[in-house]
Every structure is written in structure tokens, then in C-alpha cells.
Design a protein around this ligand. Structure first.
Ligand code: SF4
Length: 686
């Protein structure tokens, strides 16, 4: 940490390493980031994790891309922006002419600002003329958005991060909160330590929060829905449901409650391996508390039944009246920093900004009039469909903003084939990623410390970024790149600054009505925004956002996951995050401090399995699946049950997606990345 007084520039802005959206104060000297401190405002109130405090130094990495580059043979050669834009114009125009606009697709980035995401979806729908736009939210958050919209009328996190501190009971399910959202975990710990809250952790794997838990139940992997339904059966049988809330605020309860008769504690115990008494005690703890809150993440959504998992949690919160009140609700923690914003901005194949379904003709016409162009009417391809269509040769070109698809998509072999098949791939990124290496053209992008704009964090908080550093070389911000591409294609998107884009967003997106840079203070504001520029810390105080104002119960039944261990691949492969890195590690692995903590992949394996396989701690071992194999260090750990192994997702050399050939949640198109199968072997010495 450099001395504060030596800094030439001190700027309050937002950490972009996870969906918590912590406020940071950046100190800059000679255009280098020399120190980061916390700021005492919501949502973090003085806290930062290691990634926020020390990890943002990737902005100064010597590996930054500094100018546009085009592929010539097997090499990349630098080109001017004019040349790069000429290439884009001629290639995309000819693909459009020969194959139609739907032969082109765009992948938006959850690292882009709201303004950039808005502009990118507008660019794809106007300058290109297709709804083929999606993002990495398809890989994580879409099941929550769908399930919660159906239940409550809105797909977003219902309450606020800081409210967790005052919950009487917190259920954490499918979230390794300390690793993925460390600052959120601090509020949970404060609730337990300072206010005596009960913490329930439901997770087959031991996580740091299990040490703080009143109850930790460890169901069979993939059986969460049976456990939740079982808890609700116990709640009903114990008379702990909130009948007054159910009668006045919900509908569909009678049919739903009948379906729970299948989920007696004894039957659920068989399905989930959770002892009957544990299930009963857990259910009573949750339903007996005055304010119970649910925290979940990709452990619930990246399953074959991800949407139903979230739907079951919605039923639980409704049945116990734990919604529409402070310190209750369903709190999904989004991994990347602007997942909420990218969805709000309509970077989705079937929704315009503000979640307006493109099937609504009158709204589509309004947007067509505003943007002065006839908009495409058919829903576009999801990210997963794009890969299928590219692999089949039907998709000819992709523009990928800040996404390392080659590591983040479920099946590496198929993704590689899909990208290789494209006639023209444009990648916009601050770094040379594995995906950028496949590109025909790479455009160098700014990092959040180098730009203005807004992010919307996991709790719907619209937050203002401020530029702390100058962009290096010929780097441009995403919004400048999109505007330049659009102009090159003959549909100029003319904006002087991100502020003007936000003004347009506020005028076309009801959720952002009234938002302007002038009004956004350090704390930002949580949508929906009321008169007088007042935010909404928790939703549904008076009514739900469904047409009749009532929330909807829905029956969701448990089915055994299709992917099961086999003779050839007898281990369940669990994937997840480390505290020290973000997603594919393309940025955090450029930070010396974070690299010093962890910079190689490891496979957690139970000592019982390791002994049977004659594997020692830290030994190189082979892990294989139907689609590939990797070599990785063994880490003996009781955190995983015998028969399960755990691999972090951040390391390209031992990438999880070289192994994960998975099923999908059919309701959302989200891959069940939390459930794959593999073989683990000792590497023989000859
Ligand atoms: Fe940044 Fe997330 Fe850590 Fe906060 S919790 S400092 S947003 S990485």
C-alpha cells in the first residue's frame, strides 16, 4: 500500500469483482493504482474483501491489450481503429447480406456498465437487426429470474444485503458465501455473533459458514428440492404456516399443499439421506423465527432443475410469510458485478430493456418508433443455442464482449468447435483470453477503473462509477467501441458520454425512470424508484407485482438428476469458486497479490477415496470424463463427501469445462454445471 498523501488522484468508485458492488476509494499515482480503501456507505459500510482491497491491480498489468489486432495466419498484428472498423463493416455487412442478420450473434458482458449493455443490445437489434443477444447470466441467474418473476411478478433479489444482519434466522443454500461474496458473509456472521440469529446451512460440501451454523444439513447432491418440500411438509404438519399471509397475499395454496403429502420426512430422508430429526428440526427453526431470510446462489440454479429449485424456495418464503418484510425474502447472490444490470438493460434474446417481452407488439412498436427502425420480432438465440448453431455451421459471426466463453461454457470441446466454425469472430476484452486467441479481430477494452457509467448490484442498487485512471494505449471503453461499430455499419449511435445514454435509459425503461448521474450519490439507489427519488430496499411491502397483486404458489416435484455416477466415471464432480479469483480468472489471475494466494488448480478429494486410490496430498493426479482429461494437484479434504470431488473453475490449464459435459435446466437453458461425473486416477510412474 502506497502512502495516501502521495496519490495524485483519489476517486470513489465501485469494485467490479462480484455482485456485491462494494464502494471503494481508489488512490492513483502516475496512472497506477497504488491503494484501495473502503468507503463507509451501503452496501459494504467499511468492509472489503481481499479481491477488492488488493485484487484490482490487474488494471496495471503489463498483459493489457493496448491496440486493435487482426489475425494474419496464426499471428495477431496491430491495426488502427479505422482499419479495424473497416473490417467490421465489410465482414458483418457481407454476412448480413448473404445469410441474413440472424447469422450474427452478440454476447454481452456482465463486466460492462448498464450504459454499455443497453447500447450493445440496441446495436444488435438496430445496426445488425437480430435478437441474438445474450450473456453469461444464462450460465447462472436466469433460473432465479424466471422462477421469481412467476412467483412474485419480478425476478430480482427481494431484500437488501445489509438487512441480513437483522434476520432472526438465515437459510444459506447453494451458496459458498464466504468464498463468492465475502462481504455478504460478514453480515450473516454479524447476525449470528452479535444478534443471536440462527444460521441454517444446507450444502453437501463443508463451507466456511458451516462453522457458524446452528444447523448444517448435508443432503445428497442434487436433492435440495426434496429437502425444501420436506421442510414445508413438516411446517404444515406442525401448524407453523402463516395462514393469514397465505389467505390475504397469495393464491394457489390449496393445490400446492396437497402435493406436499408426497414429502413426508421419512420419504424425504430416503431421497436426500438427511435424517428425519434433522429435517424436522431445521424446518421448525426456519418457520418458528420471526424474520427468516433465504440466501442462495449458483448451487441452486446450476442444476438440472434449477428453476424448480428456486420456485421451491419461493413457496417456502410464502408459506411462512417471510417476504415483503425487512430482513426476510429470497436473496440470490449474483457472481459477476453487473448481472442484474445486464438483464435490466435487455441484453436478453426475448426481452427489451426493463423486461418487456418482445412478443408485446405495442411495446415493440414504441421502441421501433423511438429508435427509428423496424425491430426484429422473433426471439433470438440463447448463449447455449448460439454455441449449438455455430457448431452446426448455421451461425456465421459473433461479437463477444468481455466473456471468456472457451472457459465459461460447459463443454470445452464443443465450444472450441463452435468458435472455430465461425467466419468472423470479434472479441472485445482488456486481456488476451483463450477466447480472444480464436478471434479474427480483437478490440482492446477499458477496465471499470478507467471509465464512467453505472452498475446495478445483486440487490438492485444502481451505483455510479467514476473514472480514476486514464485508459492506456489505444484502449476504448465498451460504449465507445459499440458506438464506433454502429456508425461503421450505417446506424450511428451518437452519444457524447455515458451520462447521455443513461438519460435515454431512464426515458425508455420504467425501472430506471428518474435516474440521472446528478442524483446518484455514493450509496446509489435501489429500484423500483418512488417519487422524490426514493429507493426500495425490500420489495412487495404492499402488494406483489403480479397482475392481481397476489403471489403464486406452484407445485414443483423432485426428480433424481439424470446425471449419475457410472462404472467408468464413478465420482461426482462439483465445481465452484475460490475466495481469491473470479470466474475464468482472466482478470484476477493478473493480480500479483491474488496469484500469491492461489494460482494453480486443485482437486479436493475425501481422504477415504484418496487412500483407496493411493493418492497423497499435493500429488499430481489425472481427472477424466467422457469429453477430456486434466492433470491437477490432489488436495485431501473432509469438506467433500466420499464419492464427490471439487474443482475450482478459475484455472485455464486445468479448466473444469474440459470435463463438464452436463445436462441443462430445460426451463431456463442454464447448464447444470454443479453436477458432472468423472474418474480420478493416480498417474503411474513409468
Ligand atoms: Fe469486491 Fe465483491 Fe469483495 Fe466487495 S465482496 S470487495 S465487490 S469482490
Amino acid at each position: 500500500l502506497a502512502r495516501k498523501w502521495e496519490a495524485e488522484n483519489v476517486v470513489n468508485t465501485i469494485c467490479s469483482n462480484c455482485g456485491t458492488g462494494c464502494n471503494i476509494r481508489a488512490y492513483v499515482q502516475n496512472n497506477r493504482l497504488t491503494r484501495v480503501e473502503s468507503v463507509v456507505t451501503d452496501p459494504n459500510n467499511g468492509s472489503l474483501c481481499i479481491k477488492g482491497r488488493f485484487g484490482n491491480t490487474y488494471v496495471d498489468s503489463t498483459d493489457r491489450l493496448l491496440y486493435p489486432m487482426m489475425k494474419r495466419g496464426d499471428e495477431f498484428v496491430p491495426v488502427t481503429w479505422d482499419k479495424a472498423l473497416d473490417i467490421i463493416s465489410s465482414k458483418l455487412s457481407s454476412i448480413k447480406e448473404e445469410f441474413g442478420p440472424d447469422a450474427i450473434a452478440g454476447v454481452a458482458s456482465a463486466k460492462s456498465t448498464n450504459e454499455e449493455s443497453y447500447l450493445f443490445q440496441k446495436f444488435m437489434r438496430t445496426a445488425i437487426g437480430t435478437n441474438n443477444i445474450d450473456s453469461s447470466t444464462r450460465l447462472c441467474d436466469i433460473p432465479s429470474a424466471k422462477a421469481l418473476e412467476e412467483a412474485f411478478g419480478c425476478g430480482a433479489m427481494t431484500n437488501s444485503i445489509t438487512e441480513l444482519e437483522y434476520a432472526d434466522c438465515i437459510l444459506v443454500i447453494g451458496s459458498n458465501t464466504t468464498a463468492s461474496h465475502p462481504v455478504v458473509a460478514q453480515y450473516i456472521k454479524k447476525a449470528v455473533r452479535q444478534h443471536g440469529a440462527d444460521l441454517i446451512v444446507i450444502d453437501p460440501k463443508e463451507i466456511e459458514l458451516t462453522k457458524w451454523a446452528t444447523k448444517w444439513i448435508r443432503p445428497k447432491n442434487g436433492s435440495d428440492l426434496a429437502v425444501i418440500n420436506g421442510m414445508m411438509n413438516v411446517i404444515k404438519e406442525s401448524g407453523l404456516e402463516d395462514q393469514e399471509f397465505i389467505d390475504s397475499k397469495t393464491e394457489g395454496y390449496a393445490d400446492f399443499i396437497d402435493s406436499l403429502s408426497e414429502y413426508t420426512p421419512e420419504k424425504v430422508s430416503e431421497m436426500s439421506e438427511v435424517p428425519v430429526e434433522e429435517l424436522e428440526e431445521t424446518a421448525k427453526l426456519f418457520a418458528g423465527a420471526e424474520k427468516s431470510s433465504i440466501v442462495f446462489a449458483t448451487g441452486m440454479t446450476q442444476q438440472e432443475n434449477g428453476t424448480d429449485n428456486v420456485r421451491a424456495l419461493a413457496n417456502l418464503s410464502l408459506m411462512t410469510g417471510n417476504i415483503g418484510k425487512e430482513s426476510t425474502g429470497l436473496n440470490q447472490l449474483q457472481g459477476q458485478n453487473n448481472i442484474q444490470g445486464i438483464n435490466d438493460m435487455g441484453a436478453l434474446p426475448d426481452h427489451l430493456p426493463g423486461y418487456i417481452n418482445i412478443s408485446k407488439q405495442e411495446v415493440l412498436s414504441t421502441f421501433s418508433n423511438k429508435w427509428d427502425i423496424k425491430l426484429p420480432e422473433e426471439p433470438g438465440l440463447t448463449l447455449i443455442d448460439m454455441m449449438d448453431e455455430a457448431a452446426a455451421g448455421n451461425l456465421k459471426s459473433m461479437i463477444v464482449m468481455g466473456s471468456n466463453l472457451l472457459l465459461s461454457e460447459p463443454n470445452r470441446v464443443k465450444t472450441e468447435m463452435a468458435l472455430d466454425n465461425l467466419d468472423f469472430l470479434v472479441v472485445v476484452d482488456p486481456f488476451m483470453t483463450e477466447t480472444a486467441e480464436k478471434a479474427d479481430l480483437i478490440l482492446p477494452a477499458a477496465i471499470s477503473l478507467e471509465k464512467e457509467g453505472t452498475f446495478t448490484n445483486t440487490e438492485r442498487r444502481i451505483q455510479k462509477l467514476s473514472q480514476a485512471m486514464n485508459k492506456p494505449g489505444k484502449v476504448k471503453a465498451d460504449w465507445e467501441i459499440i458506438a464506433a461499430m454502429s456508425k461503421a455499419l450505417g446506424y450511428p449511435l451518437n452519444y457524447n458520454a455515458p451520462e447521455n445514454i443513461m438519460d435515454e435509459i431512464a426515458s425508455v425503461t420504467p425501472l430506471y425512470r428518474g435516474v440521472s448521474y446528478r442524483k446518484l450519490g455514493l450509496e446509489g439507489i435501489q429500484w423500483p424508484i418512488k417519487d422524490g427519488f426514493e429507493g426500495t430496499p425490500y420489495l412487495y411491502k404492499d402488494r406483489f407485482l403480479t397482475e392481481n397483486g397476489k403471489a403464486k404458489f406452484k407445485t414443483v416435484n423432485y426428480k433424481e438428476p439424470e446425471v449419475q455416477p457410472t462404472k467408468d466415471f464413478p465420482y461426482l464432480l462439483l465445481t465452484g469458486r475460490s475466495l481469491f479469483h473470479v470466474r475464468t480468472g482472466s482478470m484476477t489471475r493478473k493480480s500479483e497479490v491474488l496469484k500469491a494466494q492461489v494460482n494453480t488448480a486443485y482437486l479436493e478429494i475425501n481422504p477415504e477415496d484418496a487412500e483407496r486410490l493411493d493418492i497423497s496430498d499435493n500429488e499430481d493426479i489425472k481427472v477424466s470424463s467422457k469429453i477430456g482429461e486434466i492433470v491437477v494437484k490432489a488436495k485431501l479434504s473432509h469438506k467433500v463427501k466420499p464419492g464427490s470431488v471439487f474443482l475450482p473453475i478459475h484455472f485455464s490449464e486445468s479448466a473444469a469445462n474440459k470435463l463438464t459435459d452436463v445436462k441443462f435446466d430445460k426451463k431456463s437453458g442454464t447448464p447444470a454445471l454443479k453436477r458432472a461425473i468423472c474418474q480420478v486416477e493416480k498417474i503411474s510412474e513409468e
